[in-house]
Write a protein that binds this ligand. Structure first.
Ligand SMILES: *Cc1c(COP(=O)(O)O)cnc(C)c1O
Length: 393
């Protein structure tokens, strides 16, 4: 089960690497901080990079490595790097590619902390940034400066579900020698592969769809080239953003069912989005699978399916949204997404609460916006729960 021709789900289940030498069907948790050398000479070779043996878990660990290979394979990349969290991956990326006098362009509704880290911390070290609506290609072009070194996209964006045209942006970026990184968390590699569209780096919060069971946090970076891979790996190692082997084991287990989980959640989400769009108390719905989505056609071109994330607003505004969230019984009121359970949340008061009023407005995060991460329960139960809660609004 190693060839690229093998189907996605088969590769998810069987992996791409060698089986464990003792015959364990599942890659064991190598819960160790350090690895013994056969001799001083062997140790010296390891440090010189002449042997592919393991040295120390921050640098590399077989359990982590198995997960890294699998994720790189799912994204059709050269190599993968797993990190302590999604933000660990974001920070590794920024540390590797940004510096004093460099400039980053990103989406104004990008994952809140990914923007907060630039504006609150990297700005202190002389990093410049411009946040625009990257779903509008002209805004991206206008934001590019002579010192721009990275365009950081998130598509669909969180939580507005706006879609950015990855291939078109890559074309412009590469004319200016600018790297493009895409946060592919919302789609997962099952629905979208940014490297195939020309992007240089893909970023994931493994916490979401890839692990899928709301029991760990984790992150990953996948690169197209060896050069970017080595640059990011050495930064992950030196900055201590590494993943723990037990975390890696859980993510590897979750990853095996990514395809069937996303299929099921997406099937439910299509039904929920249609239900919400037809409901008299719902003012608007943003879901790539609906014809009413402004980038519906682009979404069909970039993504193999509309996914399981829905944003919507209630006619009654913020107060109605609060009532809805206080009255759901099956759906869980919590941040995060991409798990087997349906989660509902209010970005303006939760995930994006630290953003200024201006930044929220720019990012399209209105006070009435409710975000739903649809799970794998019976669709009838999700619909019934939303329906009873909407009756009380
Ligand atoms: C959650 C999330 C992150 C950050 O990941 P953590 O694992 O929470 O650190 C980054 N990007 C997106 C789109 C996310 O949803």
């Amino acid at each position: 089960m190693k060839s690229k021709e093998t189907g996605f789900n088969s590769r998810l289940v069987h992996g791409t690497g060698k089986r464990d030498p003792l015959g364990s069907v599942i890659t064991p948790i190598y819960q160790t901080s350090t690895f013994s050398f056969e001799s001083a000479e062997h140790g010296a070779k390891c440090f010189a990079g002449e042997s592919d043996g393991y040295i120390y878990t921050r640098i590399g660990n077989p359990t982590n490595n198995d997960l890294e290979k699998s994720i790189a394979d799912m994204e059709n990349g050269f190599g993968g790097i797993v990190t302590s969290s999604g933000m660990g991956a974001v920070n590794t990326l920024y540390l590797a590619y940004l510096g004093a006098g460099k400039h980053i362009v990103s989406h104004n509704a990008v994952y809140g902390p990914a923007r907060g880290l630039i504006e609150g911390t990297y700005s202190k070290f002389g990093v410049e940034s411009t946040y625009v609506d990257t779903t509008e290609i002209n805004q991206v072009i206008q934001a590019i400066r002579s010192n721009t070194s990275m365009i950081y996209l998130e598509t669909p964006a969180n939580p507005t579900i706006g879609i950015s045209d990855i291939p078109a942006i890559v074309e412009i970026a590469h004319q200016h020698n600018i790297k493009v990184c895409v946060d592919n968390t919302f789609c997962s590699p099952y629905l979208q592969n940014p490297l195939d569209m020309g992007a240089d780096i893909v970023l994931h919060s493994l916490t979401k769809f890839i692990n899928g069971h709301a029991d760990i946090v984790g992150g990953a970076l996948v690169t197209k080239t060896e050069e970017d891979y080595l640059k990011l790996r050495s930064m992950m190692v030196i900055s201590g953003c590494n993943m723990d082997p037990h975390q890696a084991f859980l993510v590897r287990r979750g990853l095996k069912t990514l395809g069937i989980r996303v299929d099921r959640a997406q099937e439910n989400a299509i039904k929920v989005a249609s239900f919400l769009e037809a409901h008299p108390k719902v003012a608007w719905v943003m879901y790539p699978g609906l014809k009413s989505h402004p980038q519906h056609e682009l979404a069909k071109r970039l993504m193999r399916g509309p996914g399981a994330m829905i944003s919507f607003g209630l006619s009654g505004g913020l107060e109605a949204g609060k009532k809805l969230m206080n009255n759901v019984k099956l759906c869980i009121l919590a941040v995060s997404l991409g798990g087997i359970e349906t989660l509902i949340q209010h970005p303006a008061s939760m995930t994006h609460s630290k953003l200024s009023k201006e930044a929220k407005k720019q990012g399209g995060i209105s006070d009435d916006l409710v975000r739903l991460s649809v799970g794998i329960e019976e669709s009838e139960d999700i619909l019934e729960d939303l329906s009873q809660a909407l009756d009380l609004v």
